[in-house]
Design a binder for this molecule. Structure first.
Ligand SMILES: NC(=O)c1ccc[n+]([C@@H]2O[C@H](COP(=O)([O-])OP(=O)(O)OC[C@H]3O[C@@H](n4cnc5c(N)ncnc54)[C@H](OP(=O)(O)O)[C@@H]3O)[C@@H](O)[C@H]2O)c1
Length: 271
């Protein structure tokens, strides 16, 4: 997959398909961590260069750091601060910087928790060069009003939000505003935490989408997200070998037009 999508004003040149680590990288023991490293190696070999984590994901941040260590210069790390107090946030950032070789390309404020405190801390790291860009994330449409306010401060350059055929609230205000402000958009939960990929819809005929390089239902869902030009990078999580490359292959254009988007959305939302 070509690396062609700069993440908005952050200027980060990221692959269209990245990788999330919630649940899948919260593992321990030599076998499980070696498996996580193999997933990362497969993803990188397939062109994926963007990896997302958070202190909210248990051991995932550290497991990802270990897996990325041999190829740290080839990838973009997007992690988060998720803490009620400035002090706890400071400790989280110090730990993560140590795990990621002293720098994090995109530091995000998870669920907007204590965002004024963390924003000030991250701006200090930005100035010092340990952080490349600052973002904010939220999964809940009820918080999108607050996310909009943070976006309008001019102090962040990327957002991370959910977007899939069952969760389209970002189309109303977040994606238009991100576009207007030139912010990078990272899309979480492209498979609705696996609910959308639990079964392939009976009516899905991959041969209809061959010209888009789509051969599986999961690729159709990723291509659906990337067909919105306001979305720069989509970050599916997987625990299974073979899927990082399957997912990465969806990052190559051409992407869907309105007609194919409607077809995929109809299949995904059919009872
Ligand atoms: N900031 C936030 O509030 C927030 C919230 C949620 C998520 N996130 C981020 O976004 C990432 C992605 O979201 P998510 O993990 O919730 O859900 P997701 O990526 O929508 O779905 C993950 C599920 O999809 C399955 N899957 C992956 N590739 C597949 C494929 N090719 N074919 C079929 N099934 C496939 C996985 O199963 P297998 O493991 O069996 O492959 C897993 O159960 C997270 O890991 C995290 O980094 C952020």
């Amino acid at each position: 997959m070509t690396l062609r999508r700069a993440l908005g004003r952050t200027g980060l040149d990221v692959s269209a398909v990245g990788m999330g680590t919630w649940r899948t990288f919260d593992v321990s023991g030599p076998e499980a961590t070696a498996h996580a490293a193999a997933l990362v190696a497969e993803a990188v070999a397939s062109g994926t260069n963007f990896f997302d984590s958070s202190p909210m994901y248990g051991r995932a941040e550290q497991v990802l750091g270990d897996a990325l260590a041999p190829r740290r210069d080839e990838v973009v790390v997007a992690t988060k601060v998720w803490a009620k107090t400035a002090e706890e946030g400071r400790a989280q950032v110090e730990r993560a910087l140590a795990w990621y070789g002293g720098r994090v390309e995109l530091y995000q404020i998870h669920n907007l928790v204590a965002w004024p405190e963390h924003l000030a801390l991250l701006e200090g790291h930005l100035e010092a060069g340990a952080v490349g860009a600052i973002g904010a994330t939220h999964w809940d449409p009820a918080a999108f009003g607050e996310l909009e306010r943070v976006m309008r401060t001019g102090r962040i350059t990327a957002v991370q939000v959910p977007y899939n055929p069952l969760e389209r609230e970002v189309e109303e205000r977040i994606l238009p505003l991100a576009d207007e402000l030139g912010l990078g958009v990272v899309v979480m939960r492209p498979f609705g935490e696996g609910g959308l990929t639990a079964r392939t819809p009976a009516g899905f005929d991959p041969s209809r989408y061959r010209d888009f390089g789509v051969t599986t239902w999961a690729q159709a869902l990723l291509t659906w997200v990337l067909s919105d030009p306001r979305c720069h990078c989509v970050i599916p999580a997987t625990s299974r070998s073979g899927r990082p490359s399957e997912n990465a292959a969806a990052g190559d254009p051409p992407f869907f037009g309105p007609h194919e988007r409607d077809e995929i959305a109809a299949l995904a939302t059919a009872p």
